[in-house]
Design a protein around this ligand. Structure first.
Ligand code: FAD
Ligand code: SF4
Length: 510
């Protein structure tokens, strides 16, 4: 029976059991489509990276003697729509059965479910064989519970998969070394040069230009630097283990004007396209540590593994448990527009300038820049979560809705009223100063709340608490901040609110 198998752009798992079967009657298809380039405005490096990885994967399959139909963006037969392309190929190749791997995005899941319902040939869906957990596992795990704490899920994952466990107890005696993951970067170690992959993408760049695909961000070389295939991803992982793991946990939250990546692994793009699996990553890190890690503290290893089997699987599970309704939540009733400087980096606030410029230049910012700089400002300035989501979904090379949405709308913007985060991640300038050197060269004074030179985060912070008292006043984790607010003199609070209002009304002037 002749079978058509669809491979979506984020399903580049060369270890999938599909490829271990007899390939005689199978046609694989991959499409570059306007449907995907245009549903949000993406960073140019993200579109380039996806197309480069998809093309590489198609070549890899052809080398394994698989029959592959690949539609480039400008191919004449390409209708630019997923379902129309599939309909065309089913007819053209006299297909008797259609198979696909379950998409990780609601949008595509719905599209393919509806498509299969209308088909007059057989169809079947398969697991992507990528994640540790299945789509609905998290919903089942938290069923009947009031709180969906990541830490509870993470401990269960450690036990279930016997990761960093000794005789049923956490290795080293602690589940979580988060408190030792908070060092400021003061240049005390040499930072190794980053591994850049020289993937030549000139033809993709000219294709995007020719087809007028609208993108954001910069791309000033001819090579795409993140890993785009399994060989490169494994090489990047090896480099992470040998060179970066030793300080990963210590400087996980640190930010610095001279450093974009510090000790971060830069593996999210490869993992999210399923080029490499989370199990592969975790096993490699653990094996390396056991064999060669005599100088590497368990806090570095636990800190890294928590991100993968904890946060990453948790976010995916929350996405499937809570969407599609989750996409319209706005618990704090924020309605302001995203400032223009998010698209240009043109602001006097140095922390935002640094985090946004990194994002525009590299399609990358690390977790704390996303959470405590750009996300923090967006929340304090009470930006509508739709605007915030659209920015985060477009700007990062690793942004795919299942991971972007719960991180942005939930963890960062508290728009879900506390399903993911137990309190909003907001801070005044003091946290940013504690974790970075940004304030040293900023136009604003990190210590001042009032006056033209006062750090905008300081007035925005107290104004936010005051404005959102109705929604947050009873949150037990906010109690201390509200009692400080209550002790503030009325005249000082009204001056602070006046300054905050000026910033909120015209953020691009700051
Ligand atoms: P490292 O710091 O080396 O971490 C290792 C890996 O852990 C990452 O590659 C990633 O796979 C995983 N990880 C770490 N934190 C998280 C998390 N909170 N959720 C899921 N996985 C995590 N990550 C994305 O992959 N795509 C997104 O669109 C995305 N959007 C985010 C939006 C906001 C507002 C925030 C606060 C975080 C977001 N993250 C997202 C999580 C995190 O910022 C990135 O995974 C990380 O910066 C990628 O860089 P890295 O590979 O060097 O990560
Ligand atoms: Fe950011 Fe305020 Fe520090 Fe400037 S002073 S870098 S605006 S936190």
């Amino acid at each position: 029976m002749k079978t058509l198998r669809l491979i979506l752009g984020d399903q580049l798992n060369s270890k999938h059991s599909w490829y271990k079967e007899d390939q005689d009657n199978v046609v694989y298809c991959l499409f570059e489509m306007r449907q995907e380039t245009d549903y949000v405005t993406h960073h140019i490096q993200k579109v380039i990276g996806f197309f480069a990885a998809m093309r590489d994967f198609a070549q890899h399959l052809e080398k394994q003697d698989c029959k592959v139909v690949y539609f480039k963006l400008d191919d004449k037969q390409n209708t630019q729509s997923l379902t129309e392309n599939l309909t065309f190929l089913i007819k053209e190749h006299h297909i008797k059965k259609f198979e696909y791997q379950l998409p990780d995005e609601h949008r595509l899941d719905e599209q393919l479910t509806a498509f299969c319902k209308d088909l007059d040939i057989d169809s079947q869906s398969f697991s992507t064989e990528h994640f540790y957990t299945k789509r609905q596992d998290l919903a089942t795990f938290f069923k009947g519970k009031k709180q969906f704490l990541m830490e509870n899920f993470y401990r269960d994952m450690r036990k279930k998969h016997d990761i960093l466990m000794v005789a049923g107890q956490p290795e080293g005696g602690k589940w979580n070394y988060d408190k030792s993951n908070r060092n400021k970067w003061k240049g005390e170690h040499d930072i190794p040069t980053y591994k850049y992959y020289k993937n030549n993408v000139e033809n993709i760049v000219s294709l995007l230009e020719k087809e007028d695909v609208i993108t954001i961000g910069e791309f000033d070389t001819k090579t795409f630097s993140y890993p785009i295939n399994r060989t490169q991803a494994l090489d990047q992982l090896k480099y992470f283990c040998e060179v970066l793991l030793i300080h990963f946990g210590d400087y996980q939250d640190a930010m610095h004007t001279d450093e974009v990546y510090l000790f971060h692994s830069r593996l999210s793009f490869a993992m999210n396209l399923k080029i490499i699996s989370p199990k592969n990553v975790v096993d490699t890190v653990l094996n390396y540590w056991r064999k060669h890690g005599e100088n590497i503290n368990i806090s570095q290893v636990e800190g890294y593994i928590r991100q993968i089997i904890g946060w990453r699987e948790y976010m995916r599970g929350m996405y499937w448990a809570l969407t599609p309704d989750y996409k319209s939540l706005n618990h704090l009733e924020n309605n302001n527009k995203l400032p223009d400087f998010f698209w240009t980096g043109n602001t006097k606030m140095n922390c935002l300038k640094q985090a946004i410029t990194n994002s525009l230049d590299n399609g990358y910012a690390h977790h704390i820049q996303r959470l405590m700089v750009t996300g923090n400002f967006a929340l304090l300035a009470q930006i509508h979560p739709d605007d915030v989501d659209a920015w985060y979904l477009g700007i990062y090379v690793d942004a795919i809705e299942w991971v972007q949405l719960p991180n942005t709308r939930g963890m960062s913007q508290f728009a879900d009223g506390g399903k993911i985060a137990t309190k909003p991640y907001v801070s005044s300038g003091s946290y940013i100063n504690k974790m970075s050197n940004y304030c040293d060269s900023c136009h604003y004074n990190k210590k001042e709340k009032l006056g033209d030179n006062a750090c905008p985060f300081n007035s925005l912070y107290w104004n936010f608490l005051d404005d959102k008292r109705q929604q947050l006043g009873n949150n037990f984790r906010m109690g201390m901040m509200y009692s400080l607010l209550d002790k503030m003199e009325k005249t000082q609070l009204s001056q602070i609110k006046e300054r905050a209002q000026k910033i909120i009304e015209n953020p691009d002037a700051f």
